[in-house]
Design a binder for this molecule. Structure first.
Ligand code: AMP
Length: 493
């Protein structure tokens, strides 16, 4: 018996996308592709070779996110293969690179310099600018311990951001070194791993909470506006002062390294500082200025992951949502040195450093800043379909335009002329081509200039000459079709 027979309503699922998974229309995709192309070109110009891996890795190869449980899908999306092995979707592009480098180290040119872009998946709580599926674009140098390799990542990040459409002053790359934080923790007498984590998490909130909030989190704890209480790291006042003196330096624009050198940060701190000094010297040679990158000891990133210099790309421009309200995006890119990732597989330390653009977030941020160049959006020329018997003629006409490099389509719906014109307008078509019975008989076509129509609708009145040149609708010999459409395409004001 079918569901109709017993009178029950057929099951109708709610049409909805899973949380954290975004549908992307042409405008979004165009923005992402522009970024990918610009950043890829930048990476290639620095000598990085293109590379990709599959979406899945064996879960044990991804390591860090996986709890010791039966179903290793915390942090990642995992499934069990028919041979019982757990596979997980890649959560970034670095872990698969480490696996590949470990597998092929003998035969690779060293250092191995590759760039990659693609979708990554994270099984975490989605929020604004935080997706469960998004695109990253990375460059990494595997097999170089030189701080200059780190400096190059910073230069690449700056060049990539500018190529993607951010002018100088609209972003800053913040640079720190995990070793300085390690030295600081030693000096503040923090040895317990859990307390270390709590201190670093507190430092990470300096931007958002200011020193007072951070100090609460370093000490007993903090009550936030929503009434939620976060237990503090339990650091004594002397320890808090040590961290405070360190974070004080974070507010400086210049002289950061000098000020850090005056603090006592132990052997780890000294080593970290020396690396930053070499990075500073290399940045000069790479042409990266203080308006693009600066040292900021408050930057904390990927705690279990990074072993040396770390970088973070932040936006400085104003961003607003559709309602015009200010929105804050997190970092649009980040990276650093990870010397242990390949060793997970081989036991052998392979020094590596890299940078990752959050392409999806950068695209959203560029849009929120009104810099997504959506004005370039262009639909195809639409050939109006009047008469079923003439479909072959319409297709031939569209083919002619395509052969000339002009995107064109024949209207394939079943509506009348008015609706077809409306359709062409909604597609942002530059022109509609009309080939009616009369036109076919006379060997002509009629072209309607839709760009003009849109400009007039916007009330453009200060472009008299442009309007005078464009009659809105022309009927011309069929042989002149391509030339006339091109003039419309090129003639936009
Ligand atoms: P990570 O791999 O965590 O170091 O992140 C590198 C960059 O990817 C970040 O700077 C973000 O721009 C971007 N990113 C990280 N997580 C997400 C997410 N859940 N949604 C969108 N972009 C993200």
């Amino acid at each position: 018996m079918t569901s109709q027979d017993d009178g029950a309503k057929p099951f109708r699922p709610d049409a909805r996308a899973p949380r954290g998974f975004a549908d992307k229309r042409a405008r979004d995709l165009r923005a992402e592709r522009r970024i990918l192309e610009a950043v890829s070109r930048t990476y290639e110009s620095y000598g990085f070779e293109a590379f990709d891996t599959g979406a899945f890795e064996y879960a044990d190869a991804l390591g860090k996110f996986l709890p010791d449980s039966d179903r290793p899908n915390e942090g990642v999306f995992a499934l069990q293969d028919d041979d019982e092995q757990w596979m997980a979707l890649r959560y970034d592009l670095t872990a698969p690179l480490a696996r590949f480098a470990a597998q092929n180290w003998e035969t690779l040119p060293k250092p191995f310099r590759r760039y990659a872009f693609g979708t990554v998946w994270r099984n975490e709580k989605p929020g604004p600018g935080r997706y469960r599926e998004f695109i990253q674009c990375d460059a990494d140098t595997v097999g170089s311990a030189r701080p200059e390799a780190d400096a190059e990542m910073i230069a690449l990040a700056a060049a990539g951001l500018e190529a993607a459409g951010l002018p100088r002053g609209a972003y800053v790359l913040k640079i720190n070194n995990r070793k300085l934080l390690d030295g600081l923790l030693d000096e503040a007498g923090v040895a317990d791993p859990r307390q270390k984590l709590a201190v670093l998490r507190a430092i990470d909130k300096l931007d958002r909470l200011g020193w007072e909030g951070v100090q609460d989190l370093l000490g007993a704890g903090r009550l936030d506006e929503s009434g939620a209480y976060t237990k503090g790291a339990g650091l004594d006042p002397a320890g808090q002062d040590t961290v405070g003196a360190f974070l004080d330096i974070s507010t400086r624009d210049v002289g950061v390294l000098k000020a850090l050198a005056e603090l006592k940060l132990g052997a780890a701190g000294d080593e970290g500082l020396k690396e930053l000094e070499r990075i500073e010297a290399a940045l000069e040679g790479l042409g990266v200025g203080a308006d693009q990158a600066r040292f900021d000891p408050a930057v904390v990133r990927g705690l279990e992951y990074y072993t040396g210099p770390v970088f973070e790309a932040e936006l400085l421009m104003e961003t607003t949502d559709e309602r015009g309200e200010a929105v804050r995006f997190g970092s649009v890119g980040g990276g650093g040195r990870y010397d242990d990732l390949v060793a997970r597989f081989t036991g052998e330390q392979v020094p590596a450093t890299g940078f990752s653009f959050g392409v999806s977030r950068l695209a959203a941020a560029l849009r929120a800043a009104g810099r997504d160049a959506a004005g370039d959006a262009r639909g195809p020329v639409v050939v109006i379909a009047f008469d079923q018997a003439r479909m072959a003629d319409y297709f031939a006409l569209a083919g002619e335009l395509r052969a000339a490099g002009v995107a064109a389509e024949v209207y394939l719906g079943s509506s009348g002329m008015r609706a077809q014109m409306k359709y062409a307008d909604r597609r942002l078509s530059p022109a509609a081509v009309i080939l009616g019975e009369d036109e076919i008989a006379a060997g002509v076509v009629t072209i309607k200039d839709l760009d003009l129509g849109r400009e007039l609708a916007k009330g453009v009145s200060d472009n008299e000459a442009w309007r005078a040149d464009r009659p809105g609708q022309i009927t011309i010999p069929r042989a002149e079709l391509v030339g006339a459409v091109r003039r419309i395409l090129e003639g936009a004001p």
